[in-house]
Design a protein around this ligand. Structure first.
Ligand SMILES: C[S@@+](CC[C@H](N)C(=O)[O-])C[C@H]1O[C@@H](n2cnc3c(N)ncnc32)[C@H](O)[C@@H]1O
Length: 290
């Protein structure tokens, strides 16, 4: 990237090849996202500006992003500071898990369970991180009262900023604490959670990008089910009669976690699949009539 005139297209091509040579699967997409970020524009605009020369000052900022992505494998969302989830833009920092598209499975299931847009439901988002689930539900169900909890104070700060930016601050109560401790004695019409569920035993084989996300958001014991087991043990006492639980799990954990939910008295335990067809969540119901 030296003396010659570099156009937008030159930079995209060079960077795509560079990222591909480093084993990054989404090389072209990443190159475009980072260049758009460095030029303070959007990806579509890059296509219009393919032949436009990029000035040295802009290239310097881009070079730094390329280095951090290619050499340090920092995720694009952390470099740009944002990620889309459920068509909403979330601020992302190293203090929060980057919201994943698979987690939209939980949002779709929640909206199906409560199709009435005006439903005044009380919802708990346990392990809220960036606030992705709580805020997507707050947006879709404007009469819902949402409580969102996390053990990480730093994550909750990011979530609160996301709520403010999305104009949803009044709709969510943010509580800090371990598991159900912040909501002792409370019951909800719906509990949703994407807790940590990555197995320690998989640590060495994980994509290098995961090293940049908070450990506490990812790992949960040797086989990843430690926290899921805690949720299963305590969740029934926080659900109203007949109220549903939507719990994200890792693919392959369904056969271990479903029996824990049944043992805790939950009924109608079902596996939900994501768009790729992989088991992604469990749905269950507390006993009793709604
Ligand atoms: C997998 S991330 C999910 C974040 C967000 N819900 C999402 O779907 O993008 C799990 C979150 O659980 C939080 N967490 C980890 N251990 C916890 C605990 N013992 N009690 C409450 N939250 C916990 C982490 O801080 C992290 O924000």
């Amino acid at each position: 990237m030296s003396q010659k005139t570099w156009t937008v297209l030159d930079l995209i091509r060079w960077t795509t090849d560079h990222f591909a040579s480093k084993g990054i699967e989404t090389a072209r997409l990443d190159a475009e996202c980072l260049l758009a970020h460095a030029l303070e524009t959007d990806r579509l605009r890059l296509y219009i500006d393919y032949e436009k020369p990029v000035l040295e000052g802009e290239r310097a900022a881009f070079r730094e992003l390329v280095k951090r992505r290619g050499d340090e494998r920092v995720p694009v969302a952390q470099l740009t500071g944002r990620r889309e989830f459920w068509s909403l833009t979330f601020e992302v920092t190293p203090d929060v898990l980057i919201p994943r598209p698979e987690t939209e499975t939980l949002i779709e299931a929640a909206l199906q369970l409560f199709p009435d847009v005006e439903a005044p439901i009380r919802v708990l988002d346990l392990c809220t991180g960036s606030g992705a689930i709580a805020l997507a539900l707050a947006k879709e169900r404007p009469k819902a009262r949402i409580t969102a909890t996390d053990v990480s104070a730093a994550a909750l700060e990011v979530a609160k900023r996301n709520a403010e930016r999305l104009g949803l601050s009044e709709r969510v109560a943010w509580l800090e604490g371990d598991a159900f401790e912040p909501v002792v004695g409370e019951r909800f019409d719906l509990i949703v959670s994407n807790p940590p569920y990555v197995a320690e035993s998989e640590r060495a084989s994980l994509a290098p990008e995961l090293a940049h996300e908070p450990e506490g958001a990812l790992f949960a014991g040797a086989d990843g089910t430690d926290f899921l087991r805690r949720i299963a043990a305590d969740v029934a006492s926080h659900l109203e009669a007949g109220a549903p639980l939507l719990l994200e799990i890792g693919s392959g954990q369904e056969d271990r976690v479903a029996p824990w939910l049944e043992a805790a008295g939950l009924e109608e335990v079902a596996v939900l699949r994501d768009l790729a067809g992989r088991p992604r969540a469990l749905r269950a119901r507390a006993r009793g009539l709604r």
